[in-house]
Design a protein around this ligand. Structure first.
Ligand code: PLP
Length: 461
């Protein structure tokens, strides 16, 4: 079959995630056929540097035979069994132990799911159940952040703060509120910040971070502390635009949550498994979350698996006082997915890839990435570990382009055409490459990103 044959079948039958079906019909999909290391290959023979590690997940890079072997062996041994009704199997038990060893000391239990969205559904049920068991059944409100992404199930959409998602397919899960994101660059640019609440002129980032935490406190007071169960956030907001908070933000948020006895849920679906140079983003920021949803890098995306790491406070209550928790998925702790995840974690550990992000390749990326700020289209270049963002601005004014010009989408398409996958969130260009990326490959990424910026600028002229 040729590209056009795949495209015809695709157009005829395949409803893609997050896609305008009609627009896709006109353009046709790019067909990705195989991959190795940090490169994907399409059906036209193009080799493309995957600056997004798939969807922020292929941490170990493509083509790792060790994971293929782990899957094959486990499929032969036991392709499926569940963990309902007092059964278990070696791969899930081993993976639970490994995860709890890698997690912060106060985390000693995990509940497995098939995805990050299911993990966040589990979170919502767990936090409400926890407070009910604690004799505080009114503590039901969960506070998330505007523009956050926590998944596409109804609970995931509700916990997330993506306005376009909220506008479709409602109603949402009740008793979920959203507060502003600590988006220093984006907020306050000509009042065009995505959450519409800008930093004030002349304010420094640390004061801004504290102000965002104060907005959380104000929301808790508005809802009544006796009604608020939990706050959910990513350490660094990924799909919302690689929002790296000012250093003041997390300590101030921690203090607010402690003051009102509210659970902290840290969504580690993107930041977990080395992305920020620690096993968990929570470790980077010194957080002690009660619950940590995980997925993606857990198996480097080779097979679907997620889970919720549960801190002792919640675990003890659920175990000692909860009785049966009526919750679970057919594929919770799926043996083949668990075996692949286990091998993936072993390899990340054995190859020292997490430390490498913190001590070597993350700082190297940071130095090369920051230099892109000299480009006339770039208002800010920021990164932490192996996550980075470029804020595109009009060189004439230093302000945002009008949304209708679709500059970010143009830049993304030119990137792809030039052999690099970057993602656009509005006019924010994002990278999140595999952790195995070499210095030479980072140089290539930077060169291709710069070429795409030049090409974008030329088109705008
Ligand atoms: N949480 C975060 C932070 C995510 O980025 C995602 C997916 O991008 C999810 C949850 C949902 O995960 P999944 O797509 O596996 O359901």
């Amino acid at each position: 079959m040729h590209t056009r044959d795949y495209q015809a079948l695709d157009r005829a039958h395949y409803l893609h995630p997050f896609t305008d079906f009609k627009a896709l019909g006109e353009e046709g999909s790019r067909i990705i056929e195989h991959a190795e290391g940090v490169y994907i290959h399409d059906s036209e023979g193009n080799r493309i540097l995957d600056g997004m590690a798939g969807l922020w997940c292929v941490n170990l890079g493509y083509g790792r035979e060790e994971l293929v072997a782990a899957a094959t062996e486990q499929m032969r041994q036991l392709p499926y069994y569940n963990s309902f009704f007092k059964t278990a199997h070696p791969p899930a038990v081993k993976l639970a132990e490994t995860l709890c060893r890698l997690a912060p000391a106060h985390v000693n239990h995990v509940f497995f799911t098939g995805s990050g969205s299911e993990a966040n559904d589990t979170v919502l049920r767990m936090v409400r159940r926890y407070w009910a068991l604690k004799g505080q059944p009114d503590k039901q409100w969960v506070i998330g952040r505007k523009n956050a992404y926590h998944g596409s199930t109804v609970a995931g959409v509700s916990l997330g703060g993506m306005a376009p998602m909220h506008a479709q397919g409602g109603p949402l899960v009740p008793k979920i509120a959203h507060v502003r994101q600590p988006y220093w660059f984006g907020e306050g640019r000509s009042g065009e910040g995505r959450s519409g609440e800008g930093r004030t002129a002349g304010q420094d980032p640390e004061a801004f971070g504290r102000e965002c935490a104060a907005a959380l406190e104000a929301k808790i007071q508005e809802l009544g502390e006796e009604n608020v169960a939990a706050f959910i956030a990513e350490p660094v907001q990924g799909a919302g635009g690689a929002i790296i908070p000012p250093e003041s933000y997390w300590p101030a948020v921690k203090a607010v949550l402690a003051k009102y006895d509210i659970l902290l849920v840290v969504d580690e679906v993107i930041c977990g498994f080395g992305r920020l140079g620690e096993w968990f983003g929570s470790v980077h920021y010194g957080l002690e979350p009660d619950l940590m949803p995980i997925a993606k890098g857990l198996s480097s995306g080779y097979l679907p698996i997620g889970g919720v790491l549960v801190g002792d406070r919640v675990a003890e209550t659920l175990i000692e006082e909860g009785g049966e928790f009526f919750h679970g998925f057919t594929y919770s702790g799926h043996p083949v997915c668990a075996a692949v995840a286990q091998r993936n974690l072993e390899l990340l550990e054995a190859e020292g890839l997490v430390d490498r992000v913190r001590d070597e390749i993350g700082p190297y990326l940071a130095s090369r990435w920051k230099a892109l700020e000299a480009h006339p289209l770039v208002g800010e270049a920021r990164s932490l570990g192996l996550i980075g963002a470029l804020e595109l601005v009009d060189p004439a004014t230093g302000e945002r382009f009008a949304e209708s010009r679709g500059v970010g989408t143009l830049c993304r398409d030119l990137c792809f055409a030039g052999g690099l996958v970057m993602r656009s969130v509005g006019d924010t260009m994002i990278i999140s490459p595999p952790l195995v990326i070499s210095r030479d490959e980072i140089d290539e990424l930077i060169d291709k990103a710069r070429a795409a910026l030049d090409a974008t600028l030329a088109r705008l002229a």
